[in-house]
Design a protein around this ligand. Structure first.
Ligand SMILES: Cc1ncc(COP(=O)(O)O)c(C=O)c1O
Length: 359
């Protein structure tokens, strides 16, 4: 199913036969879209909700108001937006739409975000690995060598979790062009990076899918809202398979409100970028810290001797970071999220004390 060029890319040829045949569930809100005063079509509770905000009605299954706000903000057509219950839902749906269990395969570039492999395992899909280089860059030769006519998805995380660096744009595009597979570029951390998104490439290269999330820069992880920006034909396929009301009314309402506060979010990002550099300086000044890797994200990958002992000692002081030392190419490393100024100071102080005890 390798396309001659991405211009010829046809998601219809990529889709699983069962999904092509699928007659999707038609909800009450799908079947009636006009105006009316009396809604007796969805077995809701017409008396209202016990809470101060009303949620007794099912939400818009296609999140039209929220999509129009995101479309204006991101300068993309609303028909290119899919909204999921976190970007984790979009990842899972991409598997369910395109990957035939025990037949198709996907490529990941470790070390990277773990859910790509978990979703693959849940969906019984073979995972092929094209590890990053020692400098945490993409190895396009390895990706292309691993791909074949049954490779449906290639996952590229940029900026990458847990290494923090951005991937080279031309290399991402080349992988898309040469494999002809769907290249899923996970931009969960793009707001902390000065690098440009690849979303603008989708019009020319419909085999690129960009993932975004409200969980990081937007400060709304608890809402569970993720976005896939994709060719409208891919968005339609994701909509066909998703549960009818996958994004709650509360999440839609809060996100619309948050978009109205975009300048506040911009200010938070600026602040976090400053805190990231302060944290870097604080950590680099410690004798126990061997290396702080460059980061385009809201976390730092930090190499220390005996990372698991440092991790446990931090927990003993009530501070939780992520021990990534058993992850390929991240040996010796902890992943530390940039917190508030006070949290970062507490962390640096704690690591300094632990260092004095250990060294
Ligand atoms: C790279 C990456 N993608 C996606 C996610 C999940 O995002 P969401 O909260 O939207 O499901 C994470 C969460 O840590 C992540 O690191």
């Amino acid at each position: 199913m390798r396309a001659e060029s991405t211009k010829d890319f046809d998601p219809g040829a990529f889709v699983r036969p069962a999904i092509a045949r699928l007659k999707p569930y038609s909800s009450a809100r799908d079947e009636f879209t006009g105006t009316a005063n009396v809604f007796l079509d969805a077995n809701e509770n017409g008396l209202g909700s016990p809470t101060s905000r009303s949620y007794n009605r099912y939400p818009d299954p296609y999140q039209r108001e929220l999509k129009s706000k995101i479309a204006a903000l991101e300068n993309v057509g609303a028909d290119r937006l899919f909204i999921g219950n976190g970007s984790d839902e979009a990842i899972d749906l991409l598997f369910r739409v395109f990957c035939e269990p025990r037949v198709d395969n996907v490529i990941v570039c470790p070390p990277t975000y773990g859910m790509y492999e978990v979703s693959a395992a849940v969906n019984d899909i073979e995972v092929r690995r094209a590890p990053l280089t020692e400098a945490f860059g993409l190895d396009p030769y390895a990706v292309i060598a691993e791909s074949d006519e049954r490779t449906k998805l290639v996952f590229i995380c940029s900026p990458n979790n847990p290494t923090g660096n951005s991937m080279d744009r031309e290399t991402i595009l080349r992988i898309g062009d040469e494999t002809g597979s769907i290249v899923v570029v996970d931009e969960a951390y793009i707001h902390f990076s000065s690098k440009e998104s690849v979303a603008s490439e989708i019009e020319l290269r419909p085999n690129i899918v960009v993932l975004r999330t409200f969980s990081k820069a937007w400060g709304l992880a608890g809402l569970r809202l993720g976005i896939a920006i994709a060719d409208p034909s891919i968005v339609s396929l994701l909509n066909k398979v998703k549960p009818p009301y996958n994004v709650s009314g509360a999440a839609q309402r809060e996100a619309i409100e948050a978009i109205g506060e975009a300048p506040h979010v911009k200010a938070m990002i600026e602040k976090l970028l400053g805190l990231r550099e302060e944290l870097r300086e604080g950590l680099e000044a410690l004798r126990i810290v061997e290396k702080v890797f460059p980061s385009d994200a809201n976390f730092l990958l930090v190499r220390v001797p005996d990372p698991t002992a440092v991790y446990r000692a931090l927990i003993g002081r009530g501070i939780v970071v992520r021990d990534r030392s058993r992850v390929e190419l991240c040996e010796g490393c902890l992943r530390i999220t940039v917190g508030t100024g006070e949290e970062n100071s507490a962390l640096v102080e704690a690591i300094e004390e632990i260092g004095k005890e250990m060294l």
